[in-house]
Design a protein around this ligand. Structure first.
Ligand SMILES: Nc1ncnc2c1ncn2[C@@H]1O[C@H](COP(=O)(O)OP(=O)(O)OP(=O)(O)O)[C@@H](O)[C@H]1O
Ligand SMILES: [Mg+2]
Length: 319
């Protein structure tokens, strides 16, 4: 990759990180030469299974961990330059709050660290709490908040200093469906306002709903990246033929093509088929006067693409 870091929100070059743990100093390779580019103004999903290395990469970006080798840049500045994080907000995977503070006190404390004046904070903190769906008059300490409520406080904290780049580690983690819908809407709104959002997730359906581009990480390596449409197009799913009636399941000629029938609505059968078989299968169905109700290509979801990509990498490793 050779794009000038100045034009990018995030640039990661050959990032490597290993951990040594236990008495035997066992080696874990968390990142193995990660390269990644996130354009300014993009909503970018950093996806991967548990232990893929997402949090490790994010912690290196925000200065909480040091890489073994490689480089990274935020908004054109090297991550070793503290100024690089001036316009960057970070939501940790498991935010740790001063839980004796109430939300207003907590936000004011964070705001002061970001250099906001008291006057700015008096105006901004209740506005932000309202924006994240919490009561600005809430006086209970944070230790009495639920996980979802704390996540909202954490997100409010990221918006305090009106950053350009949001780095969010599992922003939908632990949230109920309504909470996740709210975070998705917030991400879309921030994206519309021209902000860059880089967030990790393994809730792929949620990522699919908001991302411009995604990257899949596995065992510390990037296994796929691209715009959602590019990624989804490369994995068009099988054909599905909807046939009325049940007789087709017992028809030996049809069963020669496939035996994995699925019941669909109102006495209909869905027959999955590969593209090549689809034509012959369709001809066979029509020749025997079966009532074909529809022929559709099933479009793969991001989740299916993700599982297929991981499976194919696993298979090529084993061969
Ligand atoms: N402080 C640490 N010490 C030792 N090993 C670590 C440490 N932090 C992470 N690892 C290891 O590095 C690998 C990557 O972990 P990481 O937390 O980055 O994954 P992740 O993609 O964020 O996973 P999850 O989706 O579960 O949050 C894992 O094998 C993990 O056990
Ligand atoms: Mg993580």
């Amino acid at each position: 990759m050779s794009t000038d870091p100045n034009n990018l929100a995030i640039k990661i070059e050959s990032l490597t990180k290993t951990f040594r743990t236990g008495l035997r100093r066992k080696l874990t390779r968390a990142l193995c030469g990660l390269d990644l580019e996130v354009a300014r103004g993009e909503v970018f999903g950093f996806l991967g299974p548990n232990g893929a290395g997402k949090t490790t990469a994010i912690k290196i970006l925000v200065g909480l961990l040091k890489q073994n080798s490689g480089q990274a840049y935020l908004l054109g500045r090297s991550i070793h330059d503290p100024q690089a994080r001036q316009k960057v907000a970070y939501l940790p995977e498991m935010p740790d709050f001063y839980d004796y503070l109430n939300p207003i006190e907590f936000l004011k404390h964070c705001g002061r660290l970001s250099g906001l004046s008291n006057q700015q904070l008096i105006k901004k903190t209740p506005e932000l709490l309202e924006k994240v769906g919490l009561n600005p008059a809430e006086k209970r300490p944070l230790r009495k908040f639920s996980k979802g409520m704390l996540q909202r406080v954490g997100i409010a904290q990221t918006m305090l200093a009106d950053p350009e780049l949001y780095i969010l580690d599992e922003p939908m983690g632990g949230l109920d469906p309504l909470g996740r819908r709210w975070v998705k809407k917030l991400i879309l709104d921030l994206g519309q306002a021209g902000k860059t959002i880089f967030f990790s997730s393994h809730i792929l359906a949620e990522a699919e709903a908001v991302c411009d581009r995604v990257a899949f990480l596995q065992h510390g390596r990037l296994i796929a990246q691209g715009s959602l449409s590019e990624i989804l197009q490369t994995h068009t799913g099988n054909w599905e033929i909807l046939v009325a009636g049940q007789q087709v399941k017992k028809d030996e000629k049809i069963m020669a093509f496939t035996s994995s029938f699925r019941h669909a609505a109102q006495d209909t059968i869905l027959i999955p088929a590969a593209e090549i078989e689809m034509k012959q299968l369709l001809e066979a169905l029509l020749a025997k006067d079966y009532q074909v109700q529809s022929v559709n290509q099933h479009h793969a979801s991001l989740e299916e693409v993700f599982i297929q990509t991981i499976d194919s990498k696993q298979a090529s490793k084993e061969n």
